[in-house]
Design a protein. Structure first.
Length: 259
């Protein structure tokens, strides 16, 4: 059935007594998403709290789920984070960092035009890409540290139980998928590329905001303040790199006019 393709348990026996799933409507815990009767007959479980299907997305096509996630619907985020077994957050993070590093490296080469075919120049450009990857990684780490630091300080306000920061990290990595749009923005370069890149940045931050709110079940104000704390920490890291006179190519300092 569709549910088995999404990696969810098909029988009550597969769901432990710890209630591993969540209702996508009210965020209440659930022991199962559906019951599998004989001959492939499935019946979606109804949430005891809101009286709605625990997870209607188990019957949806993955493309529809992706579209709902792009629209930042909380139900789609709960389905992906709580009711599926997606373990690609690490690979997605590396690929997104490679995209961001390529964008910064491309901007660096574009601002330093050099037609010298010397092997040393090509070697230096290769190491510039590795440097951009390291800087992008450090800035993203600073962004996450800012978010976690704020949520740790505000922990008594976020939830009655201890926040699951491991799940939150996974949610933040998955919700940063918008960075994959950086490559098309560079390939189809035009006069509006700076605007496109800033819109991509806003989209990624919006996705991170929704991931925080859904994962920790907190209000919009705290999620927004957590994003601001992350941006503050990231901007501090960018400022440090600028003081070191490194070309960082960060979104916090991109597209300055060249002299």
């Amino acid at each position: 059935g569709k549910g088995s393709a999404d990696g969810v348990a098909a029988t009550p026996a597969a769901a432990s007594a710890s209630c591993p799933y969540r209702c996508i409507e009210c965020n209440q815990e659930a022991r199962e998403l559906y019951r599998d009767y004989n001959h492939g007959v499935l019946k979606i479980t109804i949430c005891k709290s809101c009286q709605k299907p625990v997870d209607k997305y188990i019957e949806y096509d993955p493309v529809i789920i992706l579209i709902n996630a792009i629209l930042c619907k909380a139900q789609a985020y709960r389905h992906i984070l709580f009711n599926t077994k997606i373990n690609m957050h690490g690979k997605l993070c590396i690929f997104c960092l490679l995209c961001e590093a390529y964008l910064r490296w491309w901007r660096l080469q574009d601002s330093n035009q050099n037609t010298d075919p010397n092997d040393f120049i090509r070697y230096a450009k290769e190491w510039d890409f590795y440097r951009m990857f390291a800087i992008a990684s450090l800035e993203q780490t600073a962004f996450f540290i800012g978010i976690f630091a704020f949520l740790w300080v505000e922990r008594p306000m976020t939830a009655k139980t201890k926040p699951n920061f491991t799940l939150l990290l996974k949610a933040l990595l998955l919700s940063s998928y918008g960075k994959l749009l950086l490559i098309p923005a560079v390939i189809w370069e035009h006069d509006y590329t700076p605007l496109c890149l800033r819109l991509i940045k806003v989209f990624v931050l919006t996705s991170n905001f929704q991931a925080i709110r859904v994962t920790l079940n907190i209000n919009r104000k705290l999620s927004f303040l957590a994003i601001l704390s992350g941006l503050l920490m990231e901007s501090t890291m960018v400022y440090f790199f600028q003081r070191m006179e490194w070309d960082v190519g960060s979104d916090c300092a991109i597209y300055k006019p060249q002299d």
